[in-house]
Design a protein around this ligand. Structure first.
Ligand code: GLU
Length: 293
């Protein structure tokens, strides 16, 4: 890598191959490409496939085909997260050793029952920005001895960030610099609104939050351009960046493409799938128009 290359701004488009790309992805890819070009920057593509229960090679192949058709030009080789699980695990173990992450054993059903009982008793249960209930405190408060016994007995578990301890360990006011389509400027990060987030599950050994901050740092990404649906997740990312001593990128969360009923597009929404639109004879220029560029 030459010195000039090292100093260039680095952008990345980071889709998950768990369904066909739609118009929302096209907007994100175009914006990354346009902003990188305007700043003489580099554009990377990252395949975020840590959830192997949902990601498939066919969807990954679809991503390359759709992006090529759109005229997106990314650097090779592409980083595929499933090839780097050991790196995420190393970071996770470091956090476990520092006492910032604990094993959690409650099943989804048990959490649900806890939340319903509390709400039926008139006590609202805290929820994260996506509407999911915060994880109950049971496992966080367990003794080391109990934890060890439960782990040794082979009980299925996930690893969660102890939000209170993590905030204490970070020991600073967290914020990020935002230039997107929502609130801009210096944004105060509030990771506690997520509760004790999962960093690793038995069926997905690294979470989105953990792998995204590690990869953005490893790939020296300077500018993160992604949808406003991930605006609040940035609070967790800033906390993890501080805990793992990673650099702080700039953020640009762009507007979302919605359907006729103003709902966010989903991957199962056939009408707005890029491959379908291509099949109907639309061009990349048509897609630019459709997403309002
Ligand atoms: N992989 C995420 C998604 O497809 C995007 C992650 C990011 O841009 O930070 O929604």
């Amino acid at each position: 890598m030459t010195t000039t290359q090292r100093q260039k701004p680095v952008f990345r488009f980071a889709p998950s191959p768990n369904g066909p790309l739609h118009l929302g992805h096209a907007l994100s890819a175009f914006l990354n490409q346009d902003m990188a070009a305007a700043m003489d920057g580099r554009l990377l593509l990252r395949i975020e496939d840590i959830d192997q229960t949902r990601c498939t090679p066919e969807f990954e192949a679809g991503i390359y085909a759709d992006l090529e058709w759109l005229g997106i030009d990314w650097e090779k080789p592409v980083r595929r997260q499933s090839d780097h699980i050991a790196e995420y695990q190393t970071a996770l173990h470091g956090l476990i050793e520092r006492g910032l992450v604990y094993p959690s054993f409650l099943t989804r059903g048990e959490v649900k029952a806890r939340v319903s009982a509390s709400e039926a008793g008139g006590n609202p249960w805290p929820r994260d920005p996506d509407g999911s209930p915060h994880y109950p405190s049971d496992d966080r408060d367990r003794s080391e001895g109990d934890r060890r016994k439960m782990l040794e007995s082979g009980l299925k578990h996930a690893w969660r960030l102890d939000m209170g301890r993590a905030l204490q360990a970070a020991d600073r006011v967290l914020s990020w610099s935002e230039t997107g389509d929502g609130e801009t400027g210096g944004i105060a990060a509030d990771p506690s609104m997520w509760g004790d987030v999962v960093l690793s599950r038995s069926d997905a050994p690294s979470s989105y939050h953990l792998s995204v901050v590690i990869d953005d740092a490893l790939q020296a990404v300077t500018h993160i351009v992604r949808g406003l649906d991930l605006f609040h997740a940035t609070s967790v990312h800033r906390l993890l960046q501080v805990l793992l001593d990673l650099p702080q990128p700039l953020y640009h969360h762009h507007r979302l493409v919605t359907d006729a009923k103003k709902r966010k597009l989903s991957k199962s929404d056939g009408d707005t799938g890029l491959a379908d639109l291509r099949g109907k004879g639309l061009s990349a220029a048509d897609i630019r128009n459709l997403v309002g560029l």
